[in-house]
Design a binder for this molecule. Structure first.
Ligand code: AMP
Ligand code: GLY
Length: 431
């Protein structure tokens, strides 16, 4: 079949990498894609906000399946648009309806959903500019640090964690009255701080049944030892060593099952990924957030471990047939190290020439922000540029291979964290 994949990051390169391995895939189109996806299919220049053009492309190229990488088109209702058009409604769409995508599009909606279905999460309340005084009062009932979340999508920047009450109150006013995050902070969720270690759990669901995909941990801060500004993610490890059988059973029983059951009970059409951001608080999982897509760079360590045919799984998901499907997973550890442009996540340059060097260890380079110029030269084209994923029978070995591969990749101003996975190694050694 012909498949259209929407997106242009490392996540999409990793999804394309698996789709291209499937004998069920005839032609793969990636919109808009990057220099990495161009080696696996045909990049097409489509605006992900222009559903009409995406639909027209899908019809004229006999696309039978569309896989949606990023959240924005889902929150804007691309799945509903396809379902509403007689000529598009038979295309399998991997990505939830607009209502399902609200789990990521509105923190308040997600928290209320969790509350309705008794899914463990931090205690919270939501406030608007009309209830600012109540919000300040609620802050006074909590212990520091204080967690403030813009309700809507804010490009991953909408969460503030304040060490003291005065700064939390000031930020609350800035969000609600001064529109710090534009419309996204017209409502603000204030919640209890959860003290623990984070991990990401991924689910593929057809809306009734689900498959648990491998877990992963990502590294959000720009600086080593988790310091400095938040980024899209500087690396990832899969599986997460502390997410053992007992912990994952709690995750499944307390979180995944009630989430999928809740979607079904509330008749929310959902065929796609659920990315559950979790905090492990003393051995018990709590939901920090839902995303309605795969993570980036988690996909770059999770997808290379999936041995099953992902196109077959997507087809089963689209037809409501995920029950009885088994997921075959490579037991080895995957380590992904992200290489970024100097200055990221603040101002950075694009257009630097990249030299990839050569691979010695069967590592995989997933492209994130890259493109080729008219002469075919590979150039940087984003903050996160390229990442190296290695699989090995142990975490130290996977890290060694991945870092060795990073050393061969060069461009002016390249930066990477040197401590990806070190926290997990310490944890495994019992320190
Ligand atoms: P989110 O955008 O909801 O993933 O939040 C961004 C980051 O803020 C998360 O990855 C956590 O590190 C942190 N965070 C969010 N909510 C909480 C919480 N209730 N307690 C502690 N940390 C949190
Ligand atoms: N790596 C976190 C995310 O994709 O949201």
């Amino acid at each position: 079949m012909n498949i259209l994949l929407l997106g242009s990051g490392g996540r999409e390169h990793a999804i394309a990498y698996k789709i291209a391995q499937s004998p069920l895939c005839n032609q793969l189109y990636i919109a808009p894609g990057n220099a990495g996806t161009a080696t696996l299919g045909e990049n097409v220049s489509l605006d992900l906000g222009d559903f009409e053009s995406i639909g027209q492309f899908a019809m004229s190229h006999r696309v039978e399946m569309m896989v949606v990488g990023p959240e924005a088109p889902l929150v804007d209702g691309i799945a509903d648009f396809f379902a509403s058009q007689p000529l598009l409604r038979n295309i399998m769409v991997i990505g939830p309806s607009r209502q399902g995508a609200m789990l990521e599009g509105s923190k308040d909606y997600a928290k209320a959903f969790m509350q309705r279905h008794a899914i463990p999460t931090a205690r919270y309340q939501t406030f608007t500019s009309a209830t600012l005084a109540e919000g300040e009062h609620f802050l006074e009932t909590l212990a520091p640090p204080y967690v403030l979340k813009a309700d809507g999508l804010a490009a991953g920047k909408g969460v503030l964690i304040d060490p003291d009450l005065p700064s939390a109150k000031a930020h609350l006013r800035e969000m609600l009255q001064d529109h710090k995050f534009g419309d996204a902070s017209a409502s603000v969720v204030i919640e209890e701080y959860l003290n623990g270690i984070e991990l990401s759990v991924f689910v593929l669901t057809d809306g009734s049944h689900y498959l648990l995909l491998p877990s992963a941990k990502d590294y959000k801060r720009i600086g080593e030892d988790d310091t400095g500004l938040n980024t899209g993610g500087m690396g990832s490890i899969s599986p997460v060593p502390f997410a053992d059988k007992a912990f994952m059973k709690k995750v499944e029983d307390r979180i995944v099952k009630p989430t999928v059951r809740g979607l079904r009970e509330e008749k929310i059409p959902y065929c796609g990924f659920i990315f559950v951001g979790l905090m492990n608080v003393g051995g018990d999982p709590y939901v920090i957030e839902y995303n309605v897509r795969m993570g980036d760079p988690e996909t770059e360590s999770v997808f290379p471990r999936i041995k099953s045919d992902v196109v077959q799984l997507f087809e089963n998901a689209a037809h409501g047939n995920l029950d009885g499907c088994k997921l075959e997973v490579d037991p080895r550890t995957a380590a992904c190290v992200m290489m970024v442009a100097g200055g990221y996540p603040e101002g950075y340059r694009k257009g630097d020439a990249i030299s990839l060097g050569s691979d010695v260890d069967s590592t995989i380079l997933f492209h994130c922000g890259t493109k080729r110029d008219s002469e075919g030269r590979l150039l940087t084209n984003g903050g996160r540029v390229i990442c190296a994923t290695a699989l090995a029978s142990s975490l130290p070995e996977a890290l060694l291979k991945s870092y060795n591969r990073c050393q061969t990749v060069e461009w002016d101003g390249k930066y990477q964290r040197r401590d990806i996975g070190q926290d997990l190694l310490k944890l495994m050694q019992g320190n």
